[in-house]
Design a protein around this ligand. Structure first.
Ligand code: ADP
Length: 643
């Protein structure tokens, strides 16, 4: 029993042991191995996806898309080196082989178009078609290709790149479908990755294009801003130049020549010119002649610079005649320009504008640069504005020159006249003294009795000689005063001087029945004066008062201490002087309208008074109310010297 039990136990154990090993070998071991290989496949696939995704990028240029595609295909092929990977691109209802990877080197001629209905069937993106035997069905045209690659079984998957791109197809082929289950996720993954990359890449390219477009737009705007900016700078410079020019225009006329040169200088700087010159029309010569102050032309060459207005070959002449501005990029080679001057100063770019004053054209301005094609129409316009300003200053300059020439001529004539008068007066004085002497002797009866007629004739002669003598002595005085008269200045008491003068004039006053009063106060401060000349001033004023106030009038001489000066006035109650004449009575040879034919005189007395008083640093003036009388006053500065 025991043995039976032992035998049954042994049999049971052996059965269990056998069952265990049976199960182990037949079921568990294959399962474990399949699990291990699944794990490895999973790990390989994970590594593949990680690695490829890490290296994935969205190409910014379409041609780089091929590189990333190659990278994916190579990686895929590495995972399944016995398989063949082919990439097709659809076009014209055919499929063109663009890439392939296989363990042997295929012919480049393979890269051509193929037609296989199976390709067209796989048009749903992401859908995977599988052919365990590619030789079944219609595979015309690709059997040779598949044969070359040793492909009997194939899987394929299509993907579409972004809108507009050609459809693509990846084929994974092998000798048998054994590895298809393992390769399938790779094929799907690669297709979907290449599709996404293509789409992202398309977006990136589109964005890049957009960026470039924007960039070019921005740079166009920046360029426009640049142009506007430089225009503004140009305008600002023009304004500044114009301001400088206007300042020169308003400069005094005697500085017109310098002003002209300064304007040409401003123009030269403003337009960066090498030569700037004004050619002004010389009517007498019939030529355009360079004006003073030309910029960039040496003096000796300037002298030669003139063009007859008959020379129509000259652009300057044509601008002068037509008044139309002219511009050329290369004066030396422009048939419309006289190359002579352009060559002389090595000028290429040239602008010429008319210079006109109102309706009158007076010349042209030529602006040249050694650089060809240098000036712009804007600059030509600016120059036209400057030329108008220049016209004013040129006119001022011309007028000033004419005026100063005339003034010089007049001064010369005046000098000649003074010299002539001085000589003639001097020569006349001696014979007149002789005549007067003899007439006086004859009139006195010393050389025999005279009848009434003789007496009358000689009296008229005596009066004429007196007038002539007075005129000559006045002329001599004036010519002395105009020349270098030596004054002898002393401290003079004007009360005393006036007293002497008035008492000497009393006889004349009585003859005219004029009351002459001396109202000079005593104790006036002394003045620095030449007694002889100031006495003559007082005498002249008193004589005039007696002469013009007329019979029965009164004349009063008065004096005032004004602190800095002593004022002496000779006042009468005569006819007075019309307001319009009051300014002129001190002019040489001026005689009042009422006096010319009524009262004898030379028109020199007050001119002498004015000259004498001014030589003393004083002033003389008249106050008069017609019908009420006149008051002639002069002021002399009080002497600073001790008495
Ligand atoms: P003349 O007396 O020789 O004419 P003056 O130079 O002395 O020359 O005077 C110039 C002019 O001034 C006179 O012709 C006269 O018209 C005017 N005049 C001068 N003094 C008086 C005066 N006291 N009253 C009115 N007119 C006067």
């Amino acid at each position: 029993m025991i043995n039976e039990l032992i035998g049954a136990g042994v049999l049971g154990a052996a059965g269990t042991f056998g069952a265990y090993w049976y199960l182990k070998f037949r079921c568990l071991l294959p399962m474990e191995s399949s699990l291990r290989s699944s794990r490895k496949a999973f790990a390989d696939f994970t590594a593949f996806t990680r690695e490829t995704m890490e290296r994935a990028y969205a190409p910014e240029q379409p041609e780089h898309y091929g590189d990333i595609t190659n990278y994916y295909l190579i990686k895929f092929h590495k995972a399944f080196p016995d398989g063949a990977i082919l990439l097709f691109e659809k076009g014209d209802a055919q499929w063109r082989l663009t890439n392939y990877l296989k363990h042997f080197k295929a012919e480049p001629k393979l890269l051509t178009s193929y037609k296989w209905s199976a390709f067209d069937r796989s048009s749903v993106e992401g859908e995977l078609l599988r052919f365990d035997d590619v030789r079944t069905g219609d595979h015309q045209g690709v059997d040779e290709l598949f044969g070359l690659f040793g492909v009997r079984s194939a899987m394929m998957c299509t993907f579409k790149p972004a809108a507009g791109g050609p459809e693509r197809l990846i084929v994974f082929g092998a000798a048998s479908p054994a590895c298809f289950d393992a390769a399938q996720p790779y094929l799907r993954f690669v297709a979907s990755q290449l599709s996404s990359i293509s789409r992202v890449s398309d977006k990136v390219i589109a964005l890049k294009k957009e960026t470039e477009h924007l960039k070019s737009e921005v740079s166009a705007v920046v360029k426009e801003l640049d142009v506007a900016g430089s225009r503004l700078i140009q305008r600002a410079r023009e304004r500044k130049a114009l301001y400088e020019v206007v300042t020169k225009v308003t400069a005094p006329a005697n500085d017109a020549q310098n002003g002209c040169a300064a304007i040409l200088n401003v123009v030269a700087k403003m337009v960066e010119a090498d030569v700037v010159a004004c050619l002004l029309f010389d009517e007498a010569k019939g030529e355009l002649v360079v004006s003073p102050g030309a910029y960039g032309i040496p003096e000796p060459e300037r002298m030669l610079y003139s063009i007859p207005v008959s020379n129509h070959a000259s652009a300057s002449v044509r601008t002068f005649l037509s008044r139309k501005p002219f511009i050329t990029a290369d004066a030396q080679n422009d048939p419309d320009v006289l190359a002579r001057y352009a060559k002389l100063w090595d000028i290429h770019s040239l602008m010429i504008v008319p210079i006109s004053l109102r309706d009158r054209i007076i010349g042209v301005m030529r602006v040249g640069s050694r650089r060809p094609d240098f000036f712009t129409p804007d600059q030509l316009e600016f120059l036209t504005i400057i030329a108008d300003e220049l016209a004013i200053i040129i006119e001022m300059f011309t007028l000033y020159e004419n005026l100063s020439n005339k003034a010089q001529e007049l001064a010369q004539l005046n000098k000649l006249k003074d010299e002539f008068l001085a000589t003639v007066s001097h020569e006349l004085k001696t014979p007149l003294t002789t005549i007067k002497g003899f007439v006086s002797v004859i009139l006195s009866g010393e050389v025999g009795p005279l009848n009434e007629q003789q007496q009358n004739f000689l009296t008229v002669t005596d009066q004429s000689v007196n007038r002539l003598t007075s005129l000559i002595s006045n002329l001599l005085d004036l010519s002395r005063l105009n020349g270098k008269v030596e004054m002898e200045f002393h401290n003079v008491d004007l009360s005393e001087l006036v007293r002497a003068s008035v008492s000497a004039m009393q006889l004349k006053a009585r003859e005219k029945n004029v009351t002459l009063t001396n109202a000079m106060p005593k104790g006036l401060p002394p003045v620095q004066a030449d007694t002889r000349w100031i006495t003559q001033v007082v005498d002249n004023l008193v004589i005039n008062a007696i002469k013009y106030a007329g019979t029965g009038a009164s004349v009063k001489v008065d004096g005032t201490d004004k602190g800095e000066a002593v004022v002496v006035c000779v006042e009468d109650n005569g006819p007075g002087i019309p307001a319009a004449e009051q300014k002129m009575v001190f002019d040489k040879f001026y005689r009042g309208k009422a006096s010319v034919n009524q009262v004898p005189g030379t028109g020199l007395g007050l001119a002498i008074c004015k000259s004498v008083v001014e030589k003393h640093g004083g002033k003389i003036w008249v106050e008069s109310r017609p019908g009420k009388g006149s008051k002639f006053c002069f002021a002399l500065p009080v002497s600073k010297k001790q008495a």
